[in-house]
Design a protein around this ligand. Structure first.
Ligand code: GLN
Length: 474
């Protein structure tokens, strides 16, 4: 009997199309795996036992009637808990939304519903996507399936662990500063952050709206391309969306591709194991025909500082809606201001409150020019630096994260150490670019991720070339 858990999206899709198995059979297999494995991994906040099987059954009936909705019809997926599915709970890992049910579908969800996808459940995350370890969830941490004493990365750690532990063939995550790519790297899977505006953010709970993007977390690059293609496109509900020409090519070589190797990213700061595996991946890219070009990426080192000013500013505005009145948990008091203050103090976790305060401070009169405006200026320089770099290269390569998965608790009391996790990933969000993390071997038995960054709108090039590298690294 086929072991459905081992199959990737493409194989599941092909098998369904060929009538080798049914959506009900595969959905049952994943639900059973969740029942067995998630007691120790804790990747899911909610599992849709009933509705998943109903949706799978409906998909099988459509297919039997010759009315399949396409490649994703009947494919089970896991969804990060900050993405709304109508009538289902959406907590974004926060206590303040413990009792909140989504009133509508995120655009990515309505797209997937139109294509017949089956939803297995909602995955755990750092509260409102703020974190790099999933330890900041109000519902307890997710564990890394490779080593349960270690973190899966974050903030989309639940989605990454679900795929790595074969509890879902693929998942959606969100990435504001690395939250798809870093957990993908820690869990040995593929994570793709699309160009800003390629995928609608309608129904994604906003963290930092100018940086947030939804993207696929999968077992293979081809699967990431397939899922990205299913969710991308313009949307009247998100005015920042734009049509990005996209085609994925399952090519065999990287001949003619110039890969920029920025000296700012390859200096100190990564562990010897990450360096060894990442340099080996560069050598493989060269063997596959790519030309490596040493490049200068000015202001790359400032990206982290810029991110940790811009992001909290947007966070402080976006999270003001959680006031105990409109959504979620209310901790009532008198006068009314007490209700706001108590609900926020008790409902929001330490890291979220830290960022709201930092952002409020940086936006306040007298400090706005020194912090927010200054960070925006440097953002322009970072964007320009990438634009200039892409005049001479097609892709830019860096490690995804400076280390392999760290131990639970190791960085929890040191916010700066946690923020440094994002050193290779945040620049991509600050510049709005597409980037992927693919597995590039193990260090100490734990996965290392390799990042390929593309020019704005170069999502197809990132995926097509990552596919070549993935095949060669396998
Ligand atoms: N780890 C980063 C942070 O804590 C990125 C989060 C994200 O991409 N959502 O802000």
């Amino acid at each position: 009997m086929t072991d459905f858990l081992k199959l990737n999206l493409k194989q599941l899709s092909d098998g369904l199309a060929a009538g080798q198995f049914s959506s009900t059979e595969i959905t049952k297999a994943f639900l059973q795996q969740i029942r067995g494995r998630d007691i120790s991994v804790h990747a899911f906040l909610d599992v849709f036992e009933g509705t998943a099987l109903d949706d799978a059954h409906a998909s099988d009936e459509r297919r039997a009637a010759g009315k399949s909705l396409g490649a994703l019809d009947g494919i089970p997926l896991a969804i990060k808990d900050n993405i709304l599915i109508q009538d289902q709970r959406a907590t974004a890992g926060s206590k303040i939304l413990a009792n909140y049910r989504a009133a509508y579908d995120a655009t990515v969800i309505s797209s997937l519903k139109k294509q017949g996808s089956v939803f297995l459940g909602k995955t755990n995350m750092d509260e409102f996507a703020m974190g790099s370890s999933t330890e900041r969830s109000a519902y307890g941490p997710t564990k890394n399936p490779y080593d349960l004493a270690r973190v899966p990365g974050g903030s989309s750690g639940g989605s990454a662990a679900a795929v790595a532990a074969e509890m879902a063939p693929a998942a959606l995550g969100s990435d504001t500063g690395g939250s798809i790519r870093q957990p993908a790297s820690f869990c040995g899977i593929v994570g793709f952050k699309p160009s800003y505006g390629a995928v609608s953010r309608s129904g994604l709970m906003a963290m930092a709206s100018s940086l947030d993007q939804i993207g696929p977390m999968t077992k293979t690059v081809e699967d990431a391309a397939m899922l990205f293609d299913a969710i991308r496109g313009t949307d009247v509900l998100d005015q920042t969306t734009q049509e990005i020409p996209f085609s994925f090519e399952a090519k065999q070589s990287m001949a003619g591709i110039r890969i920029g190797v920025p000296k700012q990213a390859w200096g100190e700061g990564m562990t010897p194991g990450v360096r060894a595996q990442s340099e080996a991946a560069l050598a493989v890219a060269e063997r596959m025909g790519a030309k490596l070009v040493d490049i200068d990426l000015p202001y790359a080192a400032e990206a982290l500082a810029v991110y940790y000013v811009l992001m909290p500013c947007e966070v402080s505005a976006n999270l003001s809606r959680f006031d105990g009145m409109r959504y979620g948990v209310r901790d009532a008091g008198l006068p009314l201001i007490e209700t706001y203050m108590q609900s926020r103090e008790h409902g929001l976790g330490e890291e979220v409150r830290r960022r709201i305060m930092l952002g409020t401070y940086a936006l306040s009169k007298g400090y706005y020019d020194a912090y927010y405006r200054q960070a925006r200026r440097v953002q322009t320089l970072i964007r320009r630096a990438y634009r200039d770099a892409f005049k001479n290269v097609d892709l830019i390569a860096t490690p995804t994260a400076p280390s392999i998965a760290f131990r639970l608790g190791e960085k929890l009391s040191d916010p700066l150490a946690m923020y440094l996790e994002d050193v290779y990933t945040v620049g991509v969000n600050v510049a709005g670019l597409p980037a992927i993390s693919i597995p590039c071997g193990l260090d100490d038995g734990l996965p290392v991720g390799f990042q390929l960054i593309g020019a704005m709108g170069g999502d197809g090039a990132v995926l097509s070339n990552a596919h070549v590298l993935e095949q060669a690294l396998a």
